[in-house]
Design a protein around this ligand. Structure first.
Ligand code: FES
Length: 512
């Protein structure tokens, strides 16, 4: 069993160099996922020279952990949007998402990208009578917004369906293969791509910005933080709820549903997303769901177990082959934040995509490029990251932040003797308090103990162990770290501090 996304398994490879030395460009883009590469593509079309860096390999962040579904609706469904906004705004969101979707489809066709792109329908259904009204409402909102939505009964789905709707003309692909191919297509004199190069500091000066990285400095007029959530400390982070959701890929003995994106409500409103994926002669059933706030699950593994239970109940599952977690940031007012970090700033951000980031990432590329080049864009105001927060978002804003505040105040009981270290078994992690330091202690499968500070370097919350992905996850704004403290994702710029034991004392050291 792999704790790796299926997209990582069926990917190609990229071999871009690591940055070594100081370089200069018009725009420095941090993040080689769909947002970063879509932005690079639009900017070079508009005559700019760009540099793209990724702290891992191209597509190794969020793009390779998504569902691979492309749709014009939204994860939180259109009726939620309609409860906050008028029909005109709902229509604008759909039109903008259609443009993002089209940008991806055109790239695949124009560059002949081998990423399993398939046109299919999107379905939303209620698995029980209790959720039937949701479908009725969604159908009404979708029709009002001009979508060609209709009632269906997908009899070929081996699950109970009390009511279902569909929208045709949606699609699925392998997002990892797409971004890897896009990077290859774009790479050249006007778009230099560097892998394994991590930004450690972003400075904005009067007439230029400087991105300090682990391989050298990048001087640029503009910087784009295509990092899923902006790095460092920003106000916008208080408007985002960081969530982790899980996926499993199974081999099944029975027939699978037709190609399609299947979202169903079951078990007291729990939403599962089902699709199939075929590659190299293999067919897999994918089930995605069971979200929780990052760093706040009691047992992460219970979430993947629930997905397995669901899959086994409805399909003839022979083997669960892959499982993985993916992160998303839910925006307080249901719309992503794309544009300048602050009024007048030359640093741009794109965040709050919820789980709709493939299409929003492609859209962000055009929005950001147009703003840098001072070109009009009809959706600029709608998604502006400096927009006034609608009053309707306030309730959500408060609830996300009360939750964060609780994490700051959390009292983790301390354990001061070495028995606490010995008690940690391979694959386990625990927070141990020693000499006033909270330590993130885990034992790898090869029986080695790994100790880092448990204090997140972003804004000092205490990280929690993720027993599925073997990582330290911060419950406040979603930073995640590997067992040696390295940043996996989120706003933290620096690893968890190193811990040094001097005699009986413990010291914590900053790492760049
Ligand atoms: Fe903000 Fe950890 S991510 S404190």
């Amino acid at each position: 069993m792999y704790t790796k996304s299926i997209w990582n398994i069926f990917s190609t490879t990229t071999d871009f160099p690591q940055l070594q030395g100081d370089v200069e460009a018009d725009v420095a883009i941090i993040g080689g996922g769909i947002t970063g590469l879509s932005t690079a593509q639009e900017l070079i079309k508009q005559g700019k020279k760009v540099i793209v860096i990724d702290e891992r390999k191209i597509g190794g962040g969020t793009s390779s952990h998504s569902t691979g579904n492309l749709y014009v609706t939204i994860d939180q469904i259109l009726s939620s949007l309609a409860s906050k906004y008028d029909t005109k705004t709902v229509k604008q969101v759909i039109a903008a998402r259609k443009a993002g979707f089209a940008a991806i489809e055109n790239n695949i066709k124009n560059h002949n990208i081998d990423c399993g792109f398939t046109t299919c329908s999107w379905y939303l259904f209620a698995g029980d009578e209790a959720n039937r009204d949701k479908i009725e409402k969604e159908l009404m909102v979708a029709k009002e917004a001009g979508l060609d939505a209709e009632v269906v009964m997908p009899s070929y789905m081996p699950v109970t369906v009390s009511r279902a709707m569909k929208i045709t003309g949606q699609a699925q692909f392998n997002p990892m293969r797409y971004v890897q191919a896009l990077a290859q297509v774009l790479s050249g004199e006007n778009c230099r791509v560097y892998e394994n190069t991590r930004a450690t500091k972003i400075e904005e000066q009067d007439d230029h910005c400087m991105v300090h990285t682990t391989g050298g400095n990048i001087k640029a007029k503009h910087v784009v933080e295509a990092t899923h959530t902006p790095k460092g400390i920003m106000m916008v982070q208080t408007l985002l709820g960081p969530y982790r959701e899980y996926g499993i890929a199974c081999k099944v003995g029975s027939d699978l549903p037709h190609d399609g994106i299947y979202w169903g409500y079951y078990d007291q409103g729990e939403k599962y997303s089902i699709r199939k994926y075929q590659r190299d002669g293999d067919t897999f059933l994918l089930v995605v769901g069971k979200p929780h706030k990052v760093g706040q699950a009691k047992r992460n593994v219970s979430h993947t177990e629930a997905l397995e239970e669901f899959a086994r109940k409805h399909f003839d599952v022979q083997e669960v082959v892959y499982r993985w977690g993916g992160q998303h940031y839910r925006p307080a007012d249901l719309l992503p934040y794309i544009g300048r970090k602050n009024e007048g700033s030359n640093i741009f951000i794109a965040t709050g995509y919820s789980t709709d980031g493939l299409v929003y990432g492609a859209l962000a590329g055009k929005l950001i490029a147009d703003e840098i080049n001072e070109l009009p864009n009809e959706w600029h105001e709608l998604f502006s990251s400096t927009r006034n927060q609608p009053l309707k978002a306030a309730k959500k804003f408060i609830s996300e932040n009360v939750n964060v505040a609780k994490q700051f105040l959390k009292n983790i009981p301390g354990v001061a003797d070495s028995k606490a270290f010995d008690a940690i078994r391979p694959g386990e992690g625990k927070i141990i308090e020693k000499d006033g330091h909270k330590l993130a202690v885990c034992r790898s499968e090869d029986n080695q103990l790994h100790v880092r500070s448990a204090i997140c370097p972003h804004m000092m919350c205490v990280v929690n162990w993720n027993d599925v992905e073997k990582s330290w996850d911060c419950p406040c704004h979603g930073s995640r770290f590997d067992i040696d403290g390295g940043v996996l994702e989120g706003p933290a710029l620096h690893p968890l501090h190193e811990i040094v034991f001097t005699g009986k004392k413990v010291k914590s050291h900053h790492v760049d």
